[in-house]
Design a binder for this molecule. Structure first.
Ligand SMILES: Cc1cc2nc3c(=O)[nH]c(=O)nc-3n(C[C@H](O)[C@H](O)[C@H](O)COP(=O)(O)OP(=O)(O)OC[C@H]3O[C@@H](n4cnc5c(N)ncnc54)[C@H](O)[C@@H]3O)c2cc1C
Length: 534
């Protein structure tokens, strides 16, 4: 007998779990089908070497919506998020460093430029006004473009009106900033503000994280903004650490779901979305089992869903074509390393708060630009961009006493290698390069590496189902954002087959551990249910 439920959710990533929670709380019978043996998708903690565990992929928290933390009572289910003692640490090529964090940034920046130090307050005030506006949109459903007549357009017009009111409340300078950040590059924006390389590199890094682009590529301004939309324990724009790793977030979410009666099934890959009489009627699993449902919600990236799990014949041709050109590939390589000792940086050899920071090996925007050009030509750069975090400096649960774990998030490796080369043949060579790059600034680091786990873009696709290794479920570019995410005309979580929705990062507001697409999709499904659309 097939299993029956109200809603089948394909994928138990954090957004699938958030969506399941809200639907079950509204009284629906929800089944989540997850391909892996663990829930959480890209937000999981796993042991990668005996005694050493770490957040396998996603590794630092900020964007997770406070409303979701409260509604799911994540703290009651054991989630504790702590602030870094220093936000960022950037060693420079001339043997100095910049430390960025509460109460320190101004004096640190003044080491390189007193003019830049004086401009910092104004920069943060102006950027803060724009990020407050965009942050406010994260839990809203974007106005959808509809061709179904005036009645269908009316609610969308109301949404546009609300948006226009919010934008209208910005002063002229903030309106200009918003335009600049949406249309220009992070590099151009930062060059307008600052003259010294280190502060531009620390802030500009946000414009290329998970974004396979030069910091001078138009549109990278939005990616910079995207990384400022979160908060940690009320501190806006800050990034922090979940004790136990990112899996602590998703395990708490799974417990919140269980308390609402959600049926979560692990090791159950879905093969196909079942479509009957033009409606999504359930899913068929790889094991042959059918799960019938009144609605199907996908947590997968849109390309994976529509190219692998939906019969192309049931999709409108223009939608199919647009999905085929949906751009994916964030150009990131992720490593977890077990360390016998903490690194000692030549520029600051003592132990200290900088070891709790996001340590950025990319001393200037020009360096990042070059790394991107190199990767386009040859697959990676001899001078790569690496962010390193050592979460065990804040969290004793991850490594044996006295030992440590570090996350290396390496940017600007080609999602697909040129000339038909395979990541399977270059994984270790590039991993060695990343370790050697850190070692250049912290001699002895390479010797302290006891074990490592390496995830190339190809591995991210294989392990997590992230097509082209795209950590955001699709590039964060203007024609793939907001009402156009994933595709203009379907920015409201409803897909072109009745009863089929998406709730993952390929929907507004995009990637990161936010929970927002899951939250918003659940609201739209509940609305449709109340209007008896399924
Ligand atoms: C290397 C890396 C580093 C990152 N760093 C950060 C960070 O520090 N902070 C941050 O906020 N964000 C970070 N991100 C981004 C963030 O983790 C993701 O955008 C987010 O976790 C995506 O969540 P999701 O629920 O939308 O989808 P996913 O997490 O991708 O979940 C999709 C789920 O669907 C499952 N699935 C796939 N195919 C099937 C199938 N056929 N049947 C059933 N289930 C299936 C997958 O196994 C997965 O569990 C990072 C991502 C990566 C990969």
């Amino acid at each position: 007998m097939p299993i029956a439920c109200d809603v089948a959710i394909i994928g138990g990533g954090h957004n699938g779990l958030v969506c399941a929670f809200y639907l079950a709380r509204a009284g629906l019978r929800v089944t989540v089908l997850e391909r892996r043996g663990v829930v959480g998708g890209a937000a999981v903690t796993e042991e990668f070497h005996p005694g050493f565990k770490n957040s396998t992929a996603s590794y630092t928290v900020s964007l997770l919506q406070p409303k979701i933390i409260t509604d799911l009572k994540l703290h009651e289910y054991g989630l504790t998020i702590v602030n870094r003692r220093l936000a960022n640490f950037l060693p420079t090529q001339d043997g100095r460093y910049l430390a960025v964090g509460e109460g320190r940034t101004k004096s640190e920046v003044a080491k390189f430029s007193s003019r830049d130090a004086e401009r910092l307050d104004s920069y943060h005030r102006r950027l803060g006004a724009v990020s407050d506006l965009v942050r406010g949109m994260m839990l809203q459903t974007p106005p959808n473009v509809t061709a179904s007549g005036f009645l269908a357009a009316l609610p969308e017009l109301l949404r546009v009106g609300r948006l226009a009111r919010q934008m209208g409340a910005l002063d002229l300078a903030a309106k200009r900033d918003l335009l600049a950040l949406l249309g220009r590059s992070a590099g151009d924006y930062l060059d307008d503000w600052f003259e010294s390389d280190p502060i531009k590199a620390v802030y500009g890094f946000d414009g290329i994280v998970g974004n396979y682009a030069s910091p001078y590529t138009p549109g990278s301004g939005y990616v910079l903004l995207h990384h400022l939309l979160g908060e940690v324990n009320g501190q806006r724009g800050a990034w922090g650490h979940a004790i136990g790793g990112m899996g602590a977030i998703t395990q708490a979410m799974a417990n919140a779901c269980a308390a609402q009666g959600v049926d979560i099934r692990l090791d159950v890959p879905v093969r196909e979305v079942l479509v009957e009489k033009g409606r999504a009627a359930g899913v068929v699993c790889e094991n042959g089992e059918t799960v019938r449902a009144r609605a199907v919600i996908s947590n997968l990236n849109p390309k994976l869903l529509f190219q692998k799990l939906v019969d192309p014949a049931v999709l409108p041709q223009d939608f199919r074509e647009r999905i085929n050109t949906y751009r994916m590939g964030s150009g990131t390589l992720r490593m977890n390393v077990a360390l016998s000792d903490l690194p000692r940086f030549t520029c600051l050899p003592e132990m200290g708060d900088h070891l709790t920071a996001g340590i950025i090996i990319a001393p200037s925007l020009a360096y990042m630009d070059q790394a991107y050009s190199d990767a386009r030509a040859t697959g990676w750069s001899a001078n790569p961009v690496v962010e390193m975090l050592i979460p065990s400096t804040l969290d004793e649960t991850l490594a044996p006493k006295g030992a440590h774990v570090a996350s290396l998030f390496c940017q600007h490796v080609a999602p697909v290698l040129p000339d038909g080369a395979s990541w399977d043949d270059h994984r270790d060579q590039v991993a060695d390069l990343m370790i050697a790059t850190v070692d250049r600034y912290a001699p002895g680091f390479a010797a302290s590496v006891v074990a490592r786990q390496v995830l190339t873009p190809l591995d991210l696709e294989r392990v997590f189902g992230l097509t082209c290794g795209d950590i955001m479920h699709g590039r964060l570019e203007l024609d793939q954002l907001f009402a156009a995410r994933p595709v203009l005309g379907h920015g409201d979580y409803r897909m072109p087959i009745a009863g089929l929705y998406i709730c993952g990062s390929g929907a507004h507001p995009g990637g990161g551990v936010t929970g927002a697409p899951g939250h918003n999709a659940a609201r739209e499904v509940i609305r449709d249910l109340r209007r008896r659309r399924f």
